[in-house]
Unconditional design. Structure first.
Length: 205
């Protein structure tokens, strides 16, 4: 295990806190007009400054705004209950060892009712024990999708019976959206939220 972690650190995919943020916040006086406009639209829509993945995404203002629009639906309007949405986000963050998303959404998941034991198991790369039926469906769907690039007929049937076709599309979209954000932040080496430390170590694939 020590060799494995050293290998990932050497090639730059270890704990991001050990590396410099490649795309930090852009000072207001350094923003282009398009970046200023996108930043203002973000603040008006979310009620918060540009944070997390949207900091590096602001380098491409239109991509940032379109990502925000998709995120507005997947975080706040999806047909999936909040607890299940957060489980899907955490599974995705774990697959990408994405420190910002993990720290942010593990706190959101607790508030949404996901048990600390399930969160701990996901963080350690284990299939959680004691999941409810709907949690099992979401967890297994996400793991299969990430590992196998698709889902089996049995897993699809369970998800369809529980969430319907819209739920399946929303669930796949949550995985895809947070994969996109994870890719962006892993490339940018976005640090965890201020005041927190990295919580994940790379999984031994």
């Amino acid at each position: 295990m020590a060799y494995f972690l050293l290998f990932w650190f050497i090639i730059g995919l270890g704990v991001p806190a050990m590396a410099q943020d490649r795309m930090p916040e852009i000072p207001a006086d350094k923003m282009t007009e398009a970046q200023k406009k996108a930043s203002e639209e973000f603040v008006a829509g979310r009620g918060t400054p540009v944070v997390g993945p949207f900091v590096p995404l602001l380098r491409s203002p239109e991509v940032m705004l379109r990502a925000k629009a998709m995120g507005d639906y997947l975080r706040f309007k999806t047909v999936l209950p909040p607890k299940l949405r957060e489980l899907a986000i955490l599974v995705t963050a774990r697959q990408w060892t994405q420190q910002y998303e993990w720290r942010f959404h593990s706190a959101v998941a607790i508030k949404a009712g996901l048990s600390p034991e399930i969160i701990k198991a996901v963080a350690e790369g284990w299939r959680p024990m004691g999941m409810s039926d709907d949690e099992e469906i979401v967890h297994d769907f996400c793991i299969e999708l990430h590992h196998n690039k698709g889902v089996s007929n049995a897993t699809y049937a369970r998800a369809l019976a529980k969430f319907g076709e819209q739920g399946i599309i929303d669930l796949a979209s949550v995985n895809g959206y947070y994969t996109f954000l994870s890719m962006v932040m892993n490339v940018a080496r976005t640090p965890p939220p201020k005041g927190t430390e990295p919580a994940l170590t790379p999984l031994p694939y």
